[in-house]
Design a protein around this ligand. Structure first.
Ligand SMILES: CC(C)(COP(=O)(O)OP(=O)(O)OC[C@H]1O[C@@H](n2cnc3c(N)ncnc32)[C@H](O)[C@@H]1OP(=O)(O)O)[C@@H](O)C(=O)NCCC(=O)NCCS
Length: 275
């Protein structure tokens, strides 16, 4: 017998097993953060009393819902579980937001295309292997508030609650008036992102600062491959492309105008599960 229900704290070990099995980077804290941010839209499919499939939907204000953590246990794939959960999540958010988006792996893409999502932009997961730390030449500010209108102008929706939650478990640095970058720990690699900036030099300063502190670990950086400056910077600092994903989008109702966004200023996304 299977049923869809909300995820709860006691499901976290099963959830973590799903992301670990898929080779993803989530730590227990990432799943906890998800449940805190989306307590009424983090769904699981329970089969014989165990969560074997998950889908989360974070609402970034009234404009956007972000679908993530679409996972099915290896032994339960091909039974339609992920399709049912994603449909359930879409029905939950559809009348509350203008757009629904997600970052699709090649494995997930056919499922989303069948549900009506279309391609928006390509994304690359880049990795920098652990190496000797490099010296940063910039002094950056830590204790500063994220300007909601700044982030929204580039990302396309209000996501400050998610950013603040990510920040609590990681570090956030600012080049005042020019942008910010965060980084956080991960199961496989330290994660660089989000990074939203008004200039390449600000991105460079923020990246160098991250490498100074965490360059002795592997680092993941997810970027828009159309952002040529971000790609150039990634190569220059020793990152290599590891896999490709596709950002996909679906309007809440037909005819919705696209959200205004500016990918040339988004040097790193916040994570496939956040946008
Ligand atoms: C992608 C994933 C979530 C699909 O889960 P699932 O519960 O097996 O998905 P469904 O059974 O709903 O299948 C959806 C579609 O995926 C494909 N698919 C999934 N499992 C398959 C399998 N074992 N064999 C062939 N096709 C399969 C099919 O195209 C299917 O479409 P169909 O209804 O026309 O057959 C699962 O493979 C997984 O956890 N992968 C690793 C993590 C990942 O990449 N997640 C997606 C993030 S964007």
């Amino acid at each position: 017998m299977s049923k869809i229900r909300l995820l709860r704290a006691s499901d976290l070990p099963a959830c973590l097993e799903l992301s670990r099995q898929a080779g993803w980077n989530q730590l227990p804290g990432d799943w906890e953060r998800m449940l805190t941010l989306a307590p009424d839209s983090s769904f699981g499919l329970e089969a014989d009393g165990v969560i074997v499939s998950t889908t989360t939907a974070i609402k970034h204000g009234p404009d956007l819902a972000w679908i993530g953590m679409v996972l099915t246990h290896e032994q339960h794939r091909g039974k339609g579980y992920a399709t049912s959960l994603v449909k359930h999540a879409i029905n939950h958010v559809r009348d509350k937001v203008r757009w629904i988006k997600l970052d699709a792996t090649d494995q997930g893409k056919p499922l989303y295309a069948a549900l009506g999502f279309t391609d928006e932009t390509p994304i690359g997961r880049w990795r920098r292997p652990a190496g000797p730390s490099t010296k940063s030449t910039s002094y950056l500010i830590h204790d500063y508030a994220i300007d909601p209108s700044f982030d929204r102008a580039y990302f396309g929706a209000y996501r400050v609650p998610a950013l603040n939650a990510i920040r609590r478990d990681g570090v956030c640095r600012f080049v005042v008036s020019y942008g910010y970058a965060m980084s956080r720990p991960g199961a496989l690699a330290h994660y660089f992102g989000p990074c939203v900036v008004r200039s390449v030099e600000a991105a460079r300063a923020l990246l160098e600062n991250t490498l100074e502190e965490y360059g002795d670990r592997d680092i993941f950086w997810d970027l828009f491959t159309n952002n040529t400056e971000a790609v150039r910077l990634a190569r220059q600092y020793g990152f290599q492309p590891e896999r490709s994903l596709t950002r996909m989008a679906m309007p809440g109702k037909p005819g919705e105008l696209p959200l205004l966004r500016n990918e040339s200023s988004v040097f790193a996304i916040a994570g496939f599960e956040y946008g």
